[in-house]
Design a protein around this ligand. Structure first.
Ligand code: SF4
Length: 473
């Protein structure tokens, strides 16, 4: 598989759950998944329950490829959950596609997960010692099996019991015969938002944009440590574990992952991205460039903010082909050499003869920035300066984001000057940690571990596997 998004961190999933009596919940979930497609483009799945039975369909590909009209017609019920997944390659994608669905002594159960458990290996061993067979390498299957085995009269009790053993990031949607549950880890790593449907039912989703697609009025976030049940046209809230203080919401959701229309814990992502650009301009100064251009799409609001504060005019420099991302069709050698040029075209007249400052949200491995700079130089840019809207990423993520390992990260053992030289920029600036948090609007309550190496939970960086590594098995 050829990956033209290779140098950007990969979010490992988007989830959605819907309870809507008398409505086509599978179709609603399908449209909600479209709004979450950016959180995972390799596999998608929907499970539906009608108080008696549960049905599921999942597969490898984009939401539009996995769900055909006959498939949609076979998914009937009042309760549904859905998932979009980013993972690795080939058969592992098929095996690890979600939701996971099993039959239990308490009835059918399906689960979809955004995040990564850092103690998944121990939990996996424990289950296998108890004689439980597992069919995939995913921590989500481990979580599903734990729920099936747990004692307790209600699903809330079983979920609560399992949460006491789960360490790491989990925003979950769980489907039973007659309920949808939304569950968030006590650190609050990944988002999960609740909305009220016009019909009176409820939906939960990784992002408010998906709720908006369904016509929901966004109500509130699932709070860290909560189990929220969406049955009987009402919400039943259980604080299963005390929330950890301060919380550890992933700051990278604001920088890159979330769609700009996402509002998380009262903070609008688009506004934050504009402020990231403004803070960056305050730190970098002005007068060194003639035009500000974004690397589309996620850097557009930041470039506008940068231009606003620096006074350097904003213009489009790149046109991105949105239909080329990860592709299962390997290009020929000559096309492969064109690399990012397959995805980005330059508007020559906007950069020719100019000193350009290119705004981007992150540099992970460093293998995209250099080719983008080269495209600008080939188009006649006189100088190319690069400004990044976060600090250097020097540490891997174990909480549900694929950034690679220490050795993969260009900033792990290199100075900013060395990175600048490596990518071939005339100068390179990173936003400071303080500047980033000023843009977010709060100093506390966010995980910043990929910048600082201070993980909010104890992680043995030599042994714990990221979700990406787990799915490689
Ligand atoms: S390490 Fe970085 S990407 Fe991972 S949860 Fe923390 S802030 Fe987000």
């Amino acid at each position: 598989m050829f990956d033209l998004e290779d140098d950007y961190p990969k979010e490992e999933c988007g989830v959605i759950g819907v309870f809507a009596p008398n409505e086509d919940v599978a179709r609603m979930t399908f449209f909600g998944l479209f709004a979450l497609q950016h959180r995972g483009q390799e596999a998608a799945g929907i499970a539906v329950a009608d108080r008696r039975t549960m049905s599921i369909h999942k597969g490898v590909g984009l939401v539009s490829q996995v769900f055909t009209p006959p498939v949609m017609a076979s998914l009937n019920g009042h309760y549904a959950i859905g998932h979009t997944r980013y993972s690795t390659t080939g058969s592992s994608s098929e095996r690890n596609a979600q939701p996971f669905m099993i039959e239990t002594i308490h009835g059918p159960l399906a689960l979809a997960h955004n995040g990564n458990l850092v103690n998944s290996a121990e939990l996996r061993d424990e289950l296998m010692r108890q004689g439980v067979g597992l069919s995939s390498s995913s921590d989500t299957e481990v979580m599903t099996m734990m729920l099936a085995r747990n004692g307790g009269v209600t699903w809330e009790e079983r979920i609560k019991h399992a949460m006491q053993k789960w360490i790491g990031a989990y925003s979950l949607v769980i489907l039973t015969r007659d309920s949808v549950y939304a569950v968030r880890d006590p650190w609050g790593f990944r988002p999960l938002c609740i909305g009220l449907l016009p019909s009176g039912g409820h939906a939960v989703a990784s992002e408010t944009g998906a709720l908006q697609t369904l016509g929901c009025e966004a109500i509130r976030d699932v709070k860290p440590g909560e189990i929220v049940a969406l049955s009987n046209n009402a919400l039943t809230v259980t604080q299963a574990l005390p929330s950890v203080a301060p919380a550890a919401m992933c700051v990278f959701e604001h920088i890159y992952f979330a769609r700009p229309d996402q509002v998380w814990d009262g903070i609008g992502v688009h506004k934050v991205r504009q402020r990231l650009g403004e803070e960056l301009a305050r730190e970098v100064g002005n007068g060194f460039a003639d035009v500000v251009i974004p690397v589309p799409d996620s850097s557009v609001p930041a470039a506008i903010g940068f231009s606003h504060v620096s006074g350097i005019p904003y213009n489009d420099g790149f046109i991105k082909n949105r239909y080329v991302g990860r592709t299962f069709i390997e290009p020929t050698d000559s096309l492969r050499k064109r690399g990012v040029a397959l995805k980005f075209n330059v508007i020559n007249e906007n950069v020719r003869g100019k000193r350009v400052v290119m705004i981007d949200d992150s540099i992970v491995r460093g293998n995209t920035t250099g080719p983008l700079i080269k495209l600008l130089r080939n188009a006649g840019a006189k100088e190319v300066h690069v400004a990044i809207t976060c600090p250097p990423i020097a540490h891997p993520c174990f909480m549900g984001v694929d950034m690679g390992k220490h050795a993969d990260l260009i900033a792990h053992k290199r100075t900013v000057d060395e990175i600048c030289h490596f990518v071939g920029a005339d100068s390179l600036y990173y936003l400071s940690l303080d500047g980033m948090m000023r843009a977010v609007g709060r100093q506390d309550g966010f995980c910043q571990a990929c910048f600082t190496g201070n993980y909010p939970i104890q992680v043995n960086v030599d042994t714990v596997k990221t979700g990406f590594e787990q799915s490689l098995k």
